[in-house]
Design a protein around this ligand. Sequence first.
Ligand SMILES: Cc1ncc(C[n+]2csc(CCOP(=O)(O)OP(=O)(O)O)c2C)c(N)n1
Length: 262
Amino acid sequence: MNNYLASIKRCKIYRKKILLLSKKLSALHIAPAFSCIEIVDFIYSKFINKKENIFIMSKGHASIIQYIVLNEKGLISNKELDRFCKPNGILGTHPDYGTPGIYASTGSLGHGAGLAVGRAYAKKVMKQKGFVICLLSDGELQEGSTWEAVMMAANKKLDNLIFFVDNNDFSGLERMSVSHKAFYPIDKKFSSFGWQTFKVNGHNYNQINNCFKKKNLKPKVIICKTIKGKGVSFMENVPIWHYRSPNEKELITALKELDNEK
Ligand SMILES: Cc1ncc(C[n+]2csc(CCOP(=O)(O)OP(=O)(O)O)c2C)c(N)n1
């Protein structure tokens, strides 16, 4: 099976696992996770198979997809996954440094970019191999700290740094294109700071992969156009699913939809 089809297959399984977990838990942030599933899957299949690469999930509220992938890789046990957000469990709503496979505590939006730049710079200073990859939500681009990090990365010529922006156009309950018109075009903001930019469909493995055909010469950002809640029709672009969990009937409908998806 080629990489594209294998990714589609894995992502369908991840979506179903998240939906099934939502029966036991209410703090899952399903739509934020569904929007970046293909991106996280790409990052883990392409980069995190190499020890020297580091991934920081800056949009920490979507942690469940990172935990699911780490569970697939055997770093997080089924028992811990079942105890997500429960007393005595190690998995919080937001990722914590020290949890197996987690390199930074995130969740306070706007902090992951600075942490990633610091790590990438440290790699340069210490002459270490590998990339630092950071996944940001588009809402995080409202944070000044993100842009301080973007400037620093360009100044230090961090060609070992890759940002993915999950551009689902929602920040919480609001559409960015309505509430923050000046925010677009995002790629131009990054290129004006000296970054190499790409724009892709963030649900398409091949399009994301194409951004890696050439060698990195400067910090790279991939603006991924995505759909919040992608994969379940009644969740797509419906703000309430930022934090809501489905009831029994909705869960059955959602699982059926994923099963029938081509
Ligand atoms: C600094 C900070 N302010 C507020 C919040 C509360 N919060 C959690 S998610 C969210 C918005 C989510 O929108 P976005 O960041 O674009 O993520 P996505 O749409 O991908 O879920 C907010 C405001 C937070 N986690 N951190």
